[in-house]
Design a protein around this ligand. Structure first.
Ligand code: MN
Ligand code: MN
Length: 461
């Protein structure tokens, strides 16, 4: 009867059993590239810059609104250095729609406040305001590095980068010692580390021979002034992010996993990028969107709700005399964002039949949201069917990926903002363990399958 079961039952398949030797080698090669990208892409600005650098190497050029646009052209537009739109122009008119993959390149972190620098009891600190959904207790007593820009009132922009180079110092948020943490330990996890205690230690040495106040703060400000030519007021127009200073590493004795900061969602962003870099003259125009601000609601000029997307699509549609709305209504979009991987140590939050597992391929989600699918795109059966067909034709191993049990919690992606544009959209991405933690885990085979999935979407007719 096993034949009948094989024919009739839905069964998830382990990618490691399916790949041949060549496939296993390709998975390793792809993941080595991804690890290199992730190491360099610790903020949305850095991800944007690295993606552009690679795009140029693959023959992409910055889109010129006034230049002609032909089938096979590879173009990109960076939106304020934080959102990236890339396209390979198809043989068919944009009136027949585009194949779009949309991911995000911002990740949860600690942002410096705008008046961040202070001295308390002869230690200098930066005040922070966390960005996105972090579990605050995970961000204390780990090494941090700083990245960002300071824009002076003259308009000059200074890049800040301290901690990534092994020769650099790192930064640190302290926590109580267990000996004196009895009261703190009785607090719920969400309250044990208040946001206003996420203060980053900057230094401890006073300026020698100085007899004024805030001698440690002065010492730190002098170092910053020497290195970057900035004064304290310049922080007002700065965006400096503290991110984990952990290197991207293989994890597990069998090296099957990748540990790193910011897999959500640079793991899908890179799958989209590498797939697009290798796309030559597709039937339909292939568009890769790397959005900022997803972790705080896809808002603002560089988020997925921004009309920067309409502006870009409008510009390329205008080259073909096509109304962008007419392109959108025929387009197909995969919102490529990470899924939750089933965690055998914490099985109680998942409903196993509908949960993605490590190594079972790209996770498809019909809906996200919370409490009755609220705030979700909820792809139609037609869209789900189309995606299944695309993956089947391209031999992409996929699995179903629901974000937790009903009413356990929830989350969102950029999918609904694409749906709102009258673009058929579905979620699909890499399952992650410990999502939003300073160090997250993904399985190499799922990364590879997601790259194959993006390739298939760009190539679909
Ligand atoms: Mn995400
Ligand atoms: Mn997220």
């Amino acid at each position: 009867m096993s034949d009948v079961r094989d024919e009739l039952f839905y069964k998830q398949k382990h990618v490691h059993d399916l790949l041949d030797e060549a496939g296993l080698a390709q998975s390793e090669t792809y993941c080595a590239r991804y690890m290199d990208f992730l190491q360099k892409a610790k903020t949305e600005r850095l991800a944007n810059a690295e993606a552009v650098r690679l795009a140029k190497a693959y023959g992409f050029h910055e889109f010129d609104r006034n230049a002609p646009l032909r089938a096979g052209d590879k173009i990109y537009r960076s939106v304020r250095g934080k959102m990236l739109l890339l396209a390979v122009i198809g043989k068919k008119s944009l009136a027949e729609g585009a194949n779009i993959c949309a991911a995000h390149i911002d990740s949860p972190r600690l942002d410096l406040k705008q008046v961040p620098l202070y001295e308390q009891n002869e230690i200098a600190y930066f005040k922070t305001h966390y960005y996105g959904g972090i579990r605050k207790y995970q961000w204390v007593t780990i090494p941090l590095e700083l990245h960002g820009v300071v824009v002076k009132k003259t308009g000059e922009s200074v890049s800040v980068n301290i901690g990534a180079d092994p020769a650099d110092p790192v930064f640190y948020v302290s926590d109580l010692l267990p000996h004196l943490a009895a009261k703190q330990s009785e607090q719920p996890l969400a309250k044990a580390i208040p946001g206003e205690k996420l203060n980053i230690i900057l230094g401890s040495l006073p300026v020698r021979g100085d007899t004024g106040s805030d001698r440690v703060k002065l010492g730190v400000m002098k170092l910053l002034n020497d290195k970057y030519g900035i004064t304290e007021e310049d922080f007002l127009s700065a965006e400096i992010e503290a991110v984990p200073a952990f290197p991207v590493r293989e994890a597990g004795l069998d090296r099957s996993l990748i540990a790193g900061y910011g897999h959500d969602d640079r793991v899908c962003a890179f799958a989209e990028l590498q797939a697009l870099y290798e796309t030559e003259a597709p039937e339909k125009t292939a568009v890769c969107v790397l959005a900022d601000k997803e972790e705080i609601g896809s808002v603002g000029v560089t988020g997925m709700e921004s009309r920067a997307f309409e502006c870009f699509m409008g510009d390329i549609c205008a080259k073909q005399g096509v109304e962008p709305d007419h392109c959108f209504e025929k387009s197909f979009c995969v919102s490529a964002d990470v899924a939750m991987a089933f965690d055998p140590t914490w099985p109680e939050v998942s409903e196993i039949r509908n949960t993605a597992k490590l190594n079972y391929g790209v996770g498809i989600a019909k809906f996200t949201g919370r409490g009755g699918k609220s705030g979700s795109n909820d792809a139609s059966a037609e869209v789900m069917g189309k995606l299944r067909g695309i993956f089947a034709d391209a031999n992409v191993t996929w699995q179903y990926a629901e974000l937790g049990k009903v009413d356990e919690g929830g989350g969102g992606t950029v999918a609904l903002y694409m749906g709102n544009r009258n673009i058929d959209t579905v979620d699909a991405g890499v399952p992650v363990l410990s999502m939003h933690a300073p160090y997250e885990i993904v399985a190499k085979h799922d990364c590879y399958m997601t790259y194959k999935a993006m390739k298939a979407v760009y190539a679909s007719k």
